[in-house]
Design a protein around this ligand. Structure first.
Ligand code: SF4
Ligand code: SF4
Length: 431
């Protein structure tokens, strides 16, 4: 089988061997009503209400969304406007913690016997993809296509990030129990777990834990970025090609992140919805890189302080990895459900942007076999036909092209603008 293209990056997995620590409880959390892909929620509580951990505080009637639950017990002190990382605004519920972490009585273990019950449980738990994308999990499970293969994304290909790695090391049994439960309820016969080979201990543990399950295979993959991208991972674990305009379900594949599988199993055991998550905190401005378990909506500042960041030296703060992470403009931003990492970086070396020298490196690096330099030209001319011909909608903004370009062209960012142009949501070009 041919391999998808990509790039080999320095892994910088400094925290791979560090056990997850629980961050001291924050005094206040700010829960945005939009922390997933899809429609935002409406607050179900008012100022002055008392709430408990796991109590639903955000609701929606939209299918493509996920409810939101209180991550601390305490009192609602404000409902305020919140500026999300993508520039949109939504309401947010502010809760002052009482320090007790009292669990809501509705949080009870669940027995699931059908696919419908699993879908309902995934929705009620507020589960979204924990690998960074934030896609509501119940939507993936609801696909009306016959699926025969579960592909589990345990690649974690972005440098620095190790939250999935620690999940595999610390909750191996929950990962496999979640996979077995999902396969049984979804009537899926086979599973392939794709893990990059820079996590040998996690590979060993997973292989050991699924010795009794020949239907589950652990597939070590080369440590190449972006090994964890949907199309790349499915191709490298199954040989199936997710063609333009189709979804994994159209090819019989259900794709889930390893931490999502473990969470769904833990939810059936405790009934506690998605109210906390593991976050890797690292970067050149951090003295004590670590993995922290934090209530959802804990302010980023507390994680950075725990990791002993240097506020004066920090010039860039990212939510996620260095390749696809989103810039954060305030340390008061809350940790949202998909946030798997925080990177605090010192000044980056400045590269001067120059004209394209037609070296073809961007094309050779692109896992989707696109021609980024041609796409850049087409976008500069606002040539929609050429953008379609060069299949810009296949671009997944992995950043490989920009990374390898000796002329420092902002190719991935241009493709994002080009996709907006084609989909009618054009933004100004301020690159
Ligand atoms: S950002 Fe898009 S064009 Fe660039 S390498 Fe990734 S998929 Fe290819
Ligand atoms: S890598 Fe940069 S310089 Fe080389 S062809 Fe692509 S855009 Fe041009």
């Amino acid at each position: 089988m041919k391999r998808c293209k990509g790039i080999y990056l320095s892994h910088r997995k400094h925290t791979a061997g560090a056990e997850t620590e629980r961050l001291p409880l924050p005094a206040t959390v700010i829960l945005p009503m939009s922390m997933h892909m899809g429609a935002p929620c409406r607050p179900m509580v008012a100022v002055g209400d008392s709430v408990m951990v796991g109590q639903q505080i955000g609701e929606t009637t939209e299918a493509f969304s996920a409810p939101i639950h209180a991550s601390v017990s305490g009192k609602v002190t404000a409902i305020q406007e919140h500026l999300c990382a993508n520039g949109t605004k939504c309401p947010a519920v502010v809760i002052e913690s009482d320090g007790n972490q009292t669990i809501h009585p509705a949080c009870q273990p669940k027995e699931l016997h059908t696919k419908e019950a699993l879908i309902e449980a995934a929705r009620n738990s507020g589960c979204v993809g924990l690998g960074g994308a934030g896609f509501p999990t119940h939507i993936k499970l609801s696909a009306q296509k016959p699926m025969d293969m579960l592909v589990v994304n345990a690649a974690e290909c972005e440098p620095y990030l190790t939250s999935d790695c620690r999940q595999m090391m610390e909750s191996t049994a929950d990962c496999i129990a979640g996979i077995v439960m999902i396969m049984k309820l979804m009537s899926i016969a086979r599973c392939r777990i794709g893990v990059e080979n820079n996590k040998p201990a996690a590979i060993r543990r997973l292989a050991e834990a699924c010795r009794e399950h020949p239907e589950i295979e652990v597939i070590p993959l080369s440590s190449m970025y972006p090994q964890g991208a949907e199309k790349v991972l499915i191709y490298h674990t199954t040989g199936r090609v997710i063609t333009e305009g189709t979804l994994p379900a159209d090819h019989g594949v259900l794709l889930l992140n390893i931490s999502t599988c473990a969470f769904l199993y833990q939810y059936t055991q405790t009934g506690i919805p998605l109210v906390e998550r593991r976050v890797t905190v690292d970067g050149t401005a951090v003295r004590k890189p670590c993995n922290l378990l934090v209530p959802i909506s804990t302010p980023v500042r507390l994680l950075l302080e725990y990791a002993e960041y240097d506020a004066a030296q920090m010039k860039r703060l990212l939510s996620g990895g260095p390749m696809m992470g989103l810039p954060l403009y305030s340390v008061d931003t809350p940790i949202c459900k998909p946030n798997n990492g925080l990177l605090a970086m010192k000044e980056l070396p400045a590269h001067k942007q120059t004209a394209c020298i037609r070296c073809g490196r961007c094309m050779r690096a692109c896992p989707m076999q696109l021609m980024p330099m041609a796409l850049e030209r087409a976008y500069a001319q606002k040539d929609r036909k050429a953008l379609e011909r060069y299949r810009v909608m296949l671009c997944m903004n992995c950043g490989c092209c920009s990374y390898v370009c000796p002329a420092s062209r902002p190719l991935a960012a241009t493709n994002q603008l080009a996709k907006s142009l084609l989909s009618g949501n054009e933004r100004s070009n301020d690159l």
